[in-house]
Design a protein around this ligand. Sequence first.
Ligand code: SDX
Length: 371
Amino acid sequence: MTTEPEIRKGLAGVVVDYTAISKVNPETNSLLYRGYPVQELAASCSFEEVAYLLWNGELPNAEQLAAFAADERSQRSLDDAVKRVIDELPLTAHPMDVVRTAVSVIGALDPTWADASPEGNLTKSVSLFAKLPAIVAYDQRRRRGLDLVEPDAELGYSANFLAMTFGEVPSKVVVDAFDVSMILYAEHSFNASTFTARVVTSTLADLYSAVVAAIGALKGPLHGGANEAVMHIFDEIGSADRAEEWLDAALAEKRKIMGFGHRVYKNGDSRVPTMKAALDTLIVEYDAPELGELYTALDDAMQNRKAIKPNLDYPSGPAYRLIGFDTEMFTPLFVASRVTGWTAHIMEQLASNALIRPLSLYNGVPERHLE
Ligand code: SDX
């Protein structure tokens, strides 16, 4: 009597490969990027330095950073063909579909798309890293009837991203908080969208195909779409005094409360304290104490009822609202950051590739034959 193999739905707890890019440790509630605690990187580095670290395994020295920054800044503008395709998309299209389509067009326009060498893929990775801010900024502006703002090579990554979106560089408090969010969102081992990128890469498909697939996976509200969904919840609740009543009704309907829970972290997401501190600076900067009160009221109510801790999307949503991004732009911001982690994993997958093809257990109708 053969025993049936165990089904591990959702691959929960299943270890499928090594990675040297990041370590997520639920026991110590920690996250390391190439060995560095993410909190230290968020406190001391720019997102450009962290992107370099994820791709190259070491932080850049001054000379390497200058060369990397010059390379990134020289590639921030969008090709006219990409702008034309974005302009063809209706304003009813979800911004994640706009980002996914724009990346697909960039790949289709790149004559070197098939160059899967480490150098070739690093070049594509830096190109997408440089261009995604322009895609996201342009999409928000066109939805408001505003013209595109050209990138400014004098500005760092986050200052430029915000200047292209809002037409001017906001205060240092805002730029710093945004940069922290980009660092925290950059990488998180084999999450669903990263694993999607690795699966596509494992067939030896190109980097652009893997990134487009990852964008599709990130869109879902159980994953990257949660930061947008958190803000919809905040808007639904309205004020702190209504949080408990709202939560009781939502839980009675068996709703998943967006921004809470995590497949790996079971005692809280290691990134939340750092992002919450950044959110707190924005609450002061924009004089929005009521948002902080709502954040705390819902979190407290959730701990009292389900003891399920917030994840990174919970503080990120309100932070992006305060900065001025439209709610539907929140997950595209996640894309702009996570493209660094995705592409690092694509290059790692290629370096020691094995086609990813799990098994399934058949439970359909028994074998039968045509008359
Ligand atoms: C991200 O993997 C990553 O690293 C992802 C990410 C990254 O950086 O890439 O960290 C980013 O995606 C963070 C997660 C964002 N998603 C959300 O905030 C959506 C809401 N969260 C849930 O859907 C849920 O917590 C998941 C999907 C995140 C994790 O779910 P699991 O591990 O599969 O756990 P589960 O759904 O099986 O839940 C276990 C129990 C269930 O209760 P029972 O049915 O067993 O009674 O906990 C409950 C769930 O109903 N539960 C929740 C809940 N999360 C878990 N109940 C209400 N609201 C929630 N948010």
